[in-house]
Design a protein around this ligand. Structure first.
Ligand SMILES: Nc1ncnc2c1ncn2[C@@H]1O[C@H](COP(=O)(O)OP(=O)(O)OP(=O)(O)O)[C@@H](O)[C@H]1O
Length: 252
């Protein structure tokens, strides 16, 4: 099966030497990929590089076979994304907010607005002002906006940040349902393992800008081990490698 997204040896280094280093992985239809890493691991940088918001220093990205850097509009035509902000106009209703976004997409009908509101479970609240929405409802409104143009893949940066237990579960259920019913692939970052654990089919562990592990969850994690244990073991291995490198550097 062809990959919807392919990331090949992508490196992005900022002037302060932080960033991401030599990252490669693929995402296919039907997968829910959880990209885990602590604060500053490089999740946002990676997602921005994938969606053409940040130019890689080395490596390539293919979205539906197209390079988002040179063919941004065509590459993003089948991608919905929410990176860094899920802001809504507070004084407008959920429906009015979506109508604003829809102006950027020719061909989005009034029926589609209702459809995406239904998909994310906000239909009963569509005429309430966004000011009245909980954080979880605002996140789901941002997801609804990202779905307007029928994307085959959705990329979300920390969508469950700040949600309470109920809001998180609802958001997770929404993603799982969209994946199952609409066949949408998800690439979702989080610094909290528990937020995505129940639904992730694939996991990536990003640590200090390096993708230490990537693969099918049941292929990667030995039976009887939790995702959290696996993550901590992996990070521990990363720390050992770092101190070995540091030690070698000190000896040199
Ligand atoms: N524009 C920039 N200029 C310089 N350094 C940056 C820039 N953007 C990010 N960084 C650095 O790159 C590293 C990765 O940042 P990034 O925001 O990608 O991490 P993250 O995993 O998304 O973290 P968080 O969970 O805190 O959002 C961090 O050390 C950050 O300070």
């Amino acid at each position: 099966m062809d990959a919807l997204l392919s990331v090949n040896h992508v490196t992005k280094r900022f002037r302060n030497q932080r960033g991401i280093h030599d990252i490669s992985f693929n995402v296919h239809a039907g997968e829910i990929v959880g990209l885990f890493g602590q604060n500053g691991a490089g999740k946002t940088t990676l997602l921005k590089t994938i969606t053409g918001l940040c130019r890689p220093d080395a490596g390539t990205v293919g979205l539906f076979g197209l390079d988002p850097e040179t063919r941004f509009e065509q590459a993003m035509a089948q991608v919905g994304c929410v990176i860094e902000t899920a802001d809504a106009y507070e004084y407008m209703t959920g429906y009015q907010n979506l109508r604003q976004v829809a102006r950027f997409y020719p061909g989005v009908t009034a029926a589609r607005l209702d459809e995406v509101l239904e998909l994310v479970g906000l239909a009963p609240f569509k005429h309430e002002r966004a000011k009245q929405y909980s954080l979880g409802m605002k996140q789901r409104l941002a997801l609804a906006a990202a779905l307007l143009h029928h994307p085959r893949m959705v990329i979300l940066d920390e969508p469950t940040n700040g949600l309470d237990i109920g809001g998180m579960a609802e958001f997770r259920n929404t993603m799982e349902r969209l994946s199952r019913q609409e066949g949408i692939a998800f690439l979702v970052s989080s610094h909290m393992i528990s937020h995505l654990e129940p639904i992730a089919t694939h996991i990536g562990i990003l640590h200090h800008g390096e993708l230490l592990r990537f693969g099918g969850r049941f292929q990667l994690i030995p039976p009887g081990m939790t995702l959290e244990e696996y993550y901590l073991n992996t990070i521990g291995a990363g720390k050992e490698a770092e101190s070995r490198e540091q030690f070698a550097g000190e000896l040199a």
